[in-house]
Write a protein that binds this ligand. Structure first.
Ligand code: BES
Ligand code: MN
Ligand code: ZN
Length: 510
C-alpha cells in the first residue's frame, strides 16, 4: 500500500540512533516514560519551555538535541494541546475526536520526513489505544500518494525531497502492546478502505470504465464478500430504463455491482449502501464546458466510497450484515446518446422527462436505489453521490450535504461525521420542493431549475426509495479536488468510508 514505510508496536527498548518522539499536554510537564527519558537530559523542563516558547499546544514541537553520551540523540516533544486520551476518568470533557488524533499523525509524518532520521521511536505509554491507533491511521493516510503513472518521481515537492529514497521504520512503544495492536488493526481496515476509494477516484477514465470498476468489486470476493455483477442484458430485463439511458451514448457497457458482507446475525436486516458510479461525466448531449472537465473522472466517488467501505467492513470482520450496490456507467455524447426531451421509464415504473443530460447521476441512482430496496428490503439505505455542483455552492468543501427522511438517522450520521472528521450537514427535504421537478409530459423531470439544486436532486432520489429509512450524502464538494490537509495531499479524498464505518460501529455492532 504505502512505500518505504513500516510501523510496528513493541515493548522493547529503542536504539541509540532512533529519533525519539514523545507527547505532552498543554501546560503539563512530561509524564511516564517521557518524564524518565527527559530527566536523563539533565535539562530543566520549565526553563526549556520558556526558552523554546513551548506551551504544548496541538502540533507544537520542542526539538531537543541531547548530549552525545545519552541513550538517545534527538528527542522531539510534540504538543497535544487539550486533546485527551478517551479516558473514562475524563468525563467532564467531550469524547475524543478521533480525527484530531489522525490529523496529529499526519503532522507528525511531515515532521519525521523533514529530518534525516530513518528510525523513529514513538513513546506512547501514556496514551490510550484508540487515539494512538487513529494517530497511526493519520501517518498512513498522509503518506498516501498516487504516483503510479509518473515515470519519474517528483523531487521538487518540498516534503518529498528526502523521503523518496529512504525507508522509515517507526516503532510505537506502548504500555499494552496487545490492546494497541488490536486497535491498530481495526483502524487500518478503515485506512485501507479509504485508500482503495482514493485509488479508484484518482484513476484516469480511460483506464477505469464501468467494466473495470466492476472487476475491483469482484476482487473483494477474496476477503469474503459475495459479489454479483449485472450486465446490460439483465438490467434491460429488470427495466432499468433510467440508468441505461445515461449509458447508451457510451461505447463502454454499464454494470451494476452487488456486494454482500454477512458478518451479523442471521435475522438482522441488511443495511444497504448505494453509490453513484459515473466513471466519466462529460455531460452527454448537454455537454459540459471544456475547462475542468477532466475532473469528472471523479464522478464515481460515491461508488468508490461504497466499495472502500465494503473492504473495510470485511477486513475488520464487522458484526453486521451489509449490502453495497453501485451503478456504473459512462455519460458520453454520441449519435446514440440520450437527449433532452427524451422520456424514459425507470425500474419503478416512474416516467422521467430528460431536461438536461448532465443531470445523469440521479437517473443512475433512481434505478440503483429502487433495485436495492426492492430486492433486499434493507432496514436502512444510505447513498453517496457526487451529485450536484449546487451542494458546493451551499456548503463548500468542508461538509457533505446530508438529506434524509429519518431524523434519528440524521443525528447518528452527523455524530459519526464529527468523530471521523468527514463532516455532514443536514439539509432539508420537503414536499413543497416537488413542484420544481413536476414535468409537463412525464411523472417527473430530471432537473429542478436554478433554485435549490442540491435539494431538488435529493427530492428526485426520494421518489425511488419507497419509504425505506434513507439518507443521501451529496459528496460533490468533498470527494475530490479538496484542498490538501493533514491526512490527505492527494486529489481524491476517499470521503465516505471513515464516516460510514464509524456510523456502523456506533449503531450496529455490540
Ligand atoms: N457530476 C455532476 C456534479 C458535480 C459537479 C460533481 C462538480 C462534482 C463537481 C453532476 O452530474 C452534474 O453535472 N450536475 C449538474 C446538474 C444540473 C444539470 C441540474 C450540476 O450540478 O450542474
Ligand atoms: Mn452530470
Ligand atoms: Zn455527474
Amino acid at each position: 500500500m504505502t512505500k518505504n514505510f513500516t510501523i510496528k508496536t513493541t515493548k522493547a527498548g529503542f536504539s541509540k540512533s532512533a529519533l525519539l518522539i514523545g507527547f505532552v499536554h498543554k501546560n503539563v510537564k512530561p509524564q511516564g516514560e517521557i518524564a524518565k527519558l527527559f530527566a536523563q537530559t539533565g535539562l530543566n523542563w520549565k526553563k526549556l519551555c520558556d526558552a523554546g516558547d513551548f506551551s504544548g499546544k496541538t502540533g507544537q514541537v520542542l526539538d531537543i538535541l541531547t548530549p552525545p553520551d545519552l541513550a538517545v540523540s534527538r528527542f522531539l516533544i510534540v504538543g497535544l494541546g487539550n486533546l485527551h486520551k478517551s479516558d473514562a476518568s475524563e468525563k467532564t470533557k467531550k469524547p475524543a475526536k478521533l480525527s484530531d488524533w489522525a490529523d496529529l499523525g499526519g503532522k507528525l509524518l511531515t515532521l519525521i520526513k523533514n529530518t534525516s532520521t530513518t528510525e523513529i521511536a514513538i513513546i506512547a505509554d501514556e496514551l490510550a489505544e484508540d487515539p494512538m491507533a487513529s494517530l497511526v491511521a493519520g501517518l498512513h493516510l498522509r503518506n498516501y500518494d498516487f504516483d503510479k503513472y509518473k515515470s519519474q518521481k517528483d523531487d521538487d515537492e518540498e516534503e518529498e525531497a528526502k523521503p523518496a529514497s529512504k525507508n522509515l521504520a517507526i516503532t510505537l512503544h506502548a504500555k499494552n502492546k496487545t490492546a494497541l495492536d488490536k486497535q491498530i488493526a481495526t483502524r487500518m481496515a478503515t485506512v485501507e478502505g479509504t485508500i482503495l476509494a482514493r485509488d479508484l477516484v484518482n484513476e484516469p477514465p480511460n483506464v477505469l470504465g464501468p467494466v473495470e470498476f466492476a472487476s475491483y468489486a469482484s476482487d473483494l470476493s477474496s476477503i469474503g464478500i459475495d459479489v454479483e455483477i449485472l450486465t446490460p442484458a439483465k438490467m434491460k430485463k429488470l427495466g432499468m430504463g433510467a440508468l441505461l439511458a445515461v449509458s447508451q451514448g457510451s461505447v463502454r457497457e454499464p454494470r451494476m455491482a452487488i456486494m454482500r458482507w454477512n458478518g451479523g446475525k442471521k435475522n438482522q436486516g441488511p443495511i444497504a449502501f448505494v453509490g453513484k458510479g459515473v466513471s466519466f461525466d462529460s455531460g452527454g448531449i448537454s455537454l459540459k464546458p471544456g475547462a475542468g472537465m477532466q475532473e469528472m473522472k471523479g464522478d464515481m466517488g460515491g461508488a468508490a466510497a461504497v466499495i472502500g467501505l465494503m473492504k473495510t467492513l470485511a477486513l475488520r470482520k464487522a458484526k453486521v450484515n451489509v449490502i453495497g450496490v453501485i451503478g456504473l456507467v459512462e455519460n458520453m455524447p454520441d449519435g446514440n446518446a440520450y437527449r433532452p426531451g427524451d422520456i424514459v421509464t425507470a425500474m419503478s415504473g416512474t416516467t422521467i422527462e430528460i431536461i438536461n443530460t448532465d443531470a445523469e447521476g440521479r437517473l443512475v441512482l433512481a434505478d440503483t436505489l429502487w433495485y436495492t430496496q426492492d430486492r433486499f428490503k434493507p432496514e436502512l439505505m444510505i447513498n453517496l453521490a457526487t451529485l450536484t455542483g449546487a451542494v458546493m455552492v451551499a456548503l463548500g468543501q468542508e461538509y457533505a450535504g446530508m438529506f434524509t427522511n429519518d431524523d434519528e438517522l440524521a443525528k447518528n450520521l452527523h455524530k459519526a461525521g464529527e468523530v471521523s472528521g468527514e463532516k455532514l450537514w443536514h439539509m432539508p427535504l420537503a414536499p413543497a420542493y416537488d413542484k420544481l421537478i413536476k414535468s409537463r409530459f412525464a411523472d417527473i423531470k430530471n432537473t429542478g431549475g436554478r433554485f435549490a439544486g442540491a435539494i431538488t436532486a435529493a427530492q428526485f432520489l426520494q421518489r425511488f426509495v419507497n419509504d425505506v429509512p434513507w439518507a443521501h450524502l451529496d459528496i460533490a464538494g468533498t470527494g475530490f479536488s479538496t484542498p490538501s490537509n493533514d491526512i490527505n495531499t492527494s486529489w481524491a479524498s476517499g470521503f465516505g468510508v471513515a464516516v460510514l464505518d464509524e456510523f456502523i460501529k456506533n449503531n450496529y455492532e455490540d
